[in-house]
Design a protein around this ligand. Structure first.
Ligand SMILES: Cc1cc2nc3c(=O)[nH]c(=O)nc-3n(C[C@H](O)[C@H](O)[C@H](O)COP(=O)(O)OP(=O)(O)OC[C@H]3O[C@@H](n4cnc5c(N)ncnc54)[C@H](O)[C@@H]3O)c2cc1C
Length: 457
């Protein structure tokens, strides 16, 4: 474990707990790929990080014609052991809620693009899964943003109005109020609910598909291989790892919450935050034909919410929690600024279950039989950035970055990683199709350093 536990200038914790997603994919043949082998002396392309960002960047590079034997991926722990295999399973675009907050920081035009990009990602994931027949339990459905207080219903109504007025497309969003919201969502306390298209997946299976595909084409993954430092060597880069030194021409940092370990000048802009999720086995009221068909964000306020999906196959419910729930103790709230994903927090788990029981009384959680109810709890590390959008782009001299997904990677990576692959191969930013505010450049850093881009959350 790095001593600098709350900083993005850190290496991933060496003893992470296992998530539900990891527990159900222990047979992945490349989990410990090359874990005992030294890295090669040279490799033209070196991707650091084997999450969905690293895997999809590699996939995109090979698809664009890069020779697989010219590419290696370095991973500090087992394959895809970061946030990509620890999340809450939602592939859920923000349809309008974040618009006003993004507009304050990045301006309305960029805010519209940020929201449009998330909608595009859902389409991209759906297309990719179908095209490559990815067995990642992807379920294209709808999602409900459920307002649990009058105050939050007002906030959502204002956000939707502001988004629509600015020219945002709201034709795919439905609003239900009062009794209708309660019936649609099965939540007796719902004040209002907004519904729009979204999906869920088994994120570890998606990450593993990407890795398996590039490995079977000839790329090499080195697990248990920490990249500790990077140094200029002529016109190339030496990456000092726990398995030797590899010299590369093009280095792509897909290290999310740990980006500043190798890029210390980025430390002020990346903040690791520990997030927690849980699985529940359904009681009969939520099993079989009674399973939930849509996904949920259950919101008491902007900062106090729960996310919920129910898997179609095994019926497992995945319950995520917001990181700044004001009902938690000061100690628990402070403990989220950490890169330690070795355990979960009991108080957060208790709150999540209590809230779930209140939200869905007909689940009858208290009457659950042995084997029903809480099954698993785990943590993972989210990378928050100071202006709440990812860093994608050219760092200069052959280094690139695709990181900082602010807890929304599943709704962002499927455009960002193909985008960074285009830049690596000499493309212009405009070819990425990404919102300009995602681009890594000195001007953005300068504005962040001067406090001109205030943090949203
Ligand atoms: C509990 C939780 C719930 C979440 N829920 C959702 C959700 O429902 N929907 C959603 O969109 N997003 C969610 N997220 C966020 C989402 O999981 C991330 O945005 C996404 O997985 C980021 O992918 P990535 O590939 O960039 O990073 P990661 O998956 O974290 O991959 C980075 C990899 O780099 C490796 N690494 C880092 N530094 C080094 C180094 N120096 N040397 C070698 N390897 C290194 C790490 O070990 C890791 O495997 C959640 C996250 C958590 C933790």
């Amino acid at each position: 474990m790095s001593p600098d536990v709350g900083s993005s200038k850190s290496l991933p914790n060496a003893t992470p707990c296992l998530s539900y997603w990891q527990r159900t994919t222990r047979g992945f043949p490349y989990l410990f790929e090359h874990h005992l082998n030294p890295v090669p002396e040279t490799s033209k392309y070196v991707i650091i990080g084997s999450g969905i960002s690293g895997g999809l960047t590699a996939f995109s590079l090979l698809e664009a014609g890069v020779k697989a034997e010219d590419l290696i991926i370095l991973e500090a722990r087992e394959a895809a052991s970061g946030a990509s295999s620890r999340n809450a399973g939602h592939v859920r675009p923000d349809a309008f809620r974040g618009f006003s907050a993004y507009a304050k920081v990045h301006g309305p035009e960029q805010a519209l693009k940020i929201i449009a990009n998330e909608r595009l990602v859902l389409e991209k994931v759906d297309d990719f899964v179908k095209k490559h027949n990815v067995q990642c339990d992807f379920n294209l459905t709808t999602t409900f943003d459920v307002c649990m207080t009058e105050e939050f219903a007002k906030y959502e109504a204002e956000s939707l109005a502001a988004y629509g007025l600015a020219g945002g497309d709201i034709s795919h969003i439905k609003l239900y109020e009062g009794k209708e919201a309660q019936e649609k969502t099965r939540i007796p306390g719902a004040v209002a609910a907004y519904e729009w298209p979204a999906g869920s997946s088994h994120p570890a299976k998606l990450a593993q598909f990407l890795l398996q595909s590039v490995i079977e084409q000839g790329a090499k993954l080195f697990t248990n291989c920490q990249a500790e430092e990077i140094k200029r060597n002529g016109d190339r880069w030496d990456i000092l790892t726990s398995k030797g030194v590899v010299t590369g021409e093009k280095i792509i940092h897909c290290t999310n919450a740990h980006a500043a370990q190798l890029l210390p000048h980025l430390e002020p802009y990346f903040r690791p935050n520990r997030a927690q999720a849980h699985t529940l086995v359904p009681t009969p009221a939520f099993a079989s034909k009674n399973a939930l068909q849509s996904t949920f964000s259950l919101r008491y306020s902007l900062h106090h919410f729960y996310s919920l999906i129910q898997r179609q196959g095994d019926g497992t419910l995945v319950l995520g929690v917001s990181r700044s729930n004001p009902t938690l103790s000061v100690e628990t709230l402070a403990s989220r600024f950490s890169t330690d994903d070795s355990k979960f927090n009991e108080e957060i788990a208790e709150d999540a279950l209590r809230s779930f029981d209140t939200l869905f009384p007909d689940f009858h959680l208290k009457q659950a039989r042995h084997g029903e109810g809480l099954q698993d709890a785990w943590t993972g590390i989210i990378a928050m950035t100071t202006d709440s959008v990812p860093f994608v782009g050219d760092l200069g001299d052959g280094q690139y970055i695709c990181a900082g997904f602010n807890g929304h990677g599943m709704a962002r990576i499927f455009t960002c990683a193909p985008g960074v692959a285009k830049l690596v191969l000499g493309g212009e930013w405009s070819e990425t199709g990404l919102p300009e505010c995602f681009e890594f450049n000195q001007e953005r850093l300068a504005r962040l350093s001067n406090g001109e881009l205030p943090s949203i959350w």
